[in-house]
Design a protein. Sequence first.
Length: 201
Amino acid sequence: MRITELLQDATIDLGVKVNSKEEAIDHLVDLMVKGGNITDREEYKKGILAREANGTTGIGGGIAIPHSKNKAVTKAGLASMTVPDGVDYEAMDGEPSDVFFMIAAPAEGSDVHLEALSRLSVILMDPVFKDSLLKATSKEEYLALIDKKETEKFPEEAAKEEEKPAVQEEKADDGTILNQLDLIVKPTAFSTEHVEYVVKA
């Protein structure tokens, strides 16, 4: 699942000012509520704080990716914000964090948070791209930057799109229209090697 499929306009906020890690978390959780991803704000926040108690999700380089697989989550989603002035998020490198992605994953089902963490770690490793997110002036631009980077880093997905079933119309002997579907299914693998230090069992 692409990052751009998990983000919504309602869950993005640019140019935010927060003064502490707690304020940063509260703002991101509020975005999740606006996106309709969670049913219980406090329960979800408890999951985020419990994960932070096990070790910061401020991975350094100005990036923080708090996350929770939680019973309060009704559908997988992402919230994101930029904090141009930065905020102390107790990051691993001791530097302020200024680009945030919060992941919400349902308690039951696949580990979508691991997939999202893996993808985010890959695209955010590029400091030029990360800085471009900070400079984005609209949500549309923000999403477009992410979409372009994902396509660049995961070219096999673009190829898969081109291989999607093509519908061909062909007349049968009796004049009816037959639809011939050529189905091509290929597995997509996600590596979590970049985020092992963020994810704990």
